[in-house]
Design a binder for this molecule. Structure first.
Ligand SMILES: [Cu+2]
Length: 229
């Protein structure tokens, strides 16, 4: 084989490897097909009139021993994770009330923007039953940050901080019996595919803690489908 041919072949093989790598990444990012559908809860009066109301319940855990990863925690038992799943389906043009039980400790946000409640009805959330508009950016466990564009008109951005459980209240094994409970409501726009993720750097890596569970669907990110009611 002449050198030029070998070099060209090498490029082709490298290119194929890169494409195969992307294929594997996409497959692993989408391998969790489980979806939690919102539960009907009557109607709610809103500034936009009376709308259908639905609820979604989820939790944020300090490891993967609960939720969708199985009794053994799956391939990464020590990774932080939302549960019971990380893909959600809700109706369009409806009020969605999400309740999150937050079992994890935490530290400082990398951007104080995410310590403030954004995009909810009234711009508020409730924390353990009390109305809040923001939390201390020094003690955040996770965030639930939902965004996307269904079409040129319908935009959705909702971000709510989940305060950290105090270190003193974190048991050596299992979960705290007093999670922080955060509830918030927002109005969905047109049907479309949206995404959500956590914006607290809770993942792997000593300096850039956006690895591991922060960059893998099924842990700190997932899909949020808004469908025609
Ligand atoms: Cu997180």
């Amino acid at each position: 084989m002449n050198k030029r041919y070998i070099a060209a072949l090498g490029t082709v093989i490298l290119g194929a490897a890169v494409i195969a790598g992307i294929g594997t990444y996409v497959a692993s990012a989408k391998n969790d097909s489980r979806v939690l559908e919102a539960t009907p809860a009557g109607t709610m009066e809103t500034p936009e009139g009376t709308l259908p109301h639905y609820t979604l319940d989820m939790s944020a855990y300090p490891d993967s021993m609960s939720g969708s990863h199985g009794a053994d925690g799956g391939v990464h038992p020590d990774w932080v994770s939302y549960g019971p799943v990380t893909n959600f389906k809700v109706p369009a043009h409806s009020v969605i009330t999400i309740t999150i039980k937050q079992y994890d400790s935490g530290e400082r946000l990398s951007n104080d923007f995410f310590a403030t409640v954004h995009g909810t009805l009234d711009g508020t959330a409730t924390l353990d039953g009390q109305s809040i508009t923001n939390v201390d950016p020094e003690h955040v466990g996770h965030t639930f940050t939902l965004h996307g564009l269904a079409d040129a008109k319908s935009q959705l951005f909702v971000s709510v901080p989940l305060p950290a459980v105090e270190e003193a209240d974190m048991p050596d094994s299992g979960y705290t019996t007093s999670p922080r409970v955060v509830t918030f409501s927002f109005i969905t726009g047109d049907a479309g595919e949206y995404v959500w993720n956590c914006e607290y750097p809770c993942g792997d890596g000593t300096t850039a803690r956006f690895g591991g569970p922060m960059s893998t669907q099924g842990y700190m990110a997932g899909n949020f489908s808004v469908v025609k009611a």
